[in-house]
Design a binder for this molecule. Structure first.
Ligand SMILES: *Cc1c(COP(=O)(O)O)cnc(C)c1O
Length: 396
């Protein structure tokens, strides 16, 4: 190993590691959870509906159904869409595993389409090339918080009669063409994992305008059981319930929902702070040799979950790995999002081959995620920039 890639620095920019993402919980959040703990209902009580209503109203959707986590919510969406063993579902390889695992849960086949090298999002033209007679749905992911070209993709889905599911785990509060993400697709998923925009510890939600999907999602998250009189095939009495589908226990607790309600009050401030940090990064990193900063589609208004830079081997003497290790050695908790899903051993065993999506693989070899979360101070931002300047000088 050359001394350029030393895993420690004798005089690091930071002595403690700055994480790439982190939640922001305040006293109001804590009190909201304690209130639920002191009450009678700690799961499936009134906080769940309050949280669902709040998220639905925020994104401009008719219905919202909360789940234990975003992955379970995606599973629910695949169930509601009717995805089964004969079906193919098109998605991106540059995403978290859950975006395509949810298709496997239903016995369907994920089909990976390549990304656009400017936005790193699914390229609508590449989606179109992958449509076959078996295609049932598209799962479009708003990678980093920048919405996909949802206008083109929803037109395509309508023309080809495909169900459109938007994995908006990164993009709560983002808009495309002035319209919030959450009602564009047939179903939209948001995650409340601690690194996401607002948190419930673990949590997820599906928003939809479609009553039929709403009903199916409600059944799916609670064993497939209903007690609603109008939905029963018969009625033996006031105790009576029916299992009508094979559902799961995917219910969120009231403790989590109460935290979610309280966190939603801060969402716009969190996003504003994320955007502030991003404009500092954009301004101060735009002329660093070897570093490519993120490019935005003119209609996309990102809510900035992640800030990803790329290290092009043609512009820098250091490789991505050397940059990564050098930044970590400076106390900057950089990360990589994501390894193309189909390169995972489990997917390879199913027959997916390297080379399937060339842009995605090139992206993966060059990407580094910088720290970005609302609680970051300006001096944290200074540290990240100082570390990048330092490393870039070493590699120039
Ligand atoms: C976080 C995330 C999920 C899954 O959410 P969980 O709440 O962690 O289950 C799905 N897709 C993407 C793109 C994510 O980032």
């Amino acid at each position: 190993m050359s001394d350029k890639s030393n895993a420690f620095s004798t005089n690091p920019v930071r002595s403690t590691m700055l994480p790439y993402g982190q939640q922001w919980i305040d006293e109001q959040d804590i009190e909201a959870v304690v209130e639920v703990l002191k009450g009678d209902m700690i799961t499936q009580g009134p906080a769940i509906e309050a949280f669902e209503n709040k998220v639905a109203a925020y994104v401009g959707a008719k219905y919202a159904v909360a789940f234990t986590n975003g992955t379970a919510a995606l599973h629910g969406a695949c169930f509601a869409a009717g995805i089964g063993e004969e079906d193919e579902v098109i998605t991106t390889p540059i995403t978290f595993l859950a975006s395509s695992n949810c298709v496997l849960y239903q016995g369907g086949t994920p089909v990976f389409a390549d990304i656009d090298m400017n936005t790193y999002n699914l390229d609508p033209a590449m989606i179109e090339l992958k449509i076959t007679e078996r295609t049932k749905a598209i799962i479009a992911v708003d990678f980093t918080g920048q919405p996909v070209e949802i206008d083109r993709i929803s037109m395509l889905a309508r023309d080809r009669q495909l169900v459109l599911i938007q994995d908006a785990a990164h993009s709560l509060g983002a808009s495309f063409g002035g319209r919030k993400i959450g009602s564009w697709a047939d179903m939209t998923m948001f995650s409340f994992h601690p690194v996401k925009h607002v948190t419930t510890g673990e949590g997820g939600i599906i928003t939809t305008d479609n009553e039929e999907y709403y009903r199916k999602l409600m059944l799916f998250r609670s064993h497939g059981v209903t007690k609603i009189p109008g939905e029963l095939t018969k009625n033996d009495g006031p105790w009576y319930y029916e299992m009508q589908e094979l559902g799961y226990n995917y219910r969120m607790t009231d403790l989590q929902a109460a935290l979610g309600v309280s966190q939603m009050d801060k969402l716009d401030d969190f996003i504003a702070r994320r955007r502030e940090i991003v404009s500092m990064y954009n301004e101060r990193l735009s002329n660093i040799p070897g570093v490519i900063i993120p490019i935005q589609h003119p209609k996309a208004e990102s809510s900035w979950h992640l800030y990803v830079i790329r290290i092009e081997p043609t512009c820098s003497q250091g490789s991505r790995r050397e940059w990564f290790e050098a930044l970590r050695a400076e106390g900057i908790g950089v990360n990589v999002h994501y390894i193309p899903v189909y390169l995972q051993p489990f997917y390879k065993k199913m027959g997916y081959q390297p080379g399937l999506c060339e842009n995605a693989e090139h992206y993966y070899e060059t990407a580094i995620t910088l720290p970005l979360f609302p609680k970051m101070s300006n001096s944290d931002v200074d540290d990240v920039v100082a570390a990048i300047v330092k490393v870039s000088k070493r590699f120039s």
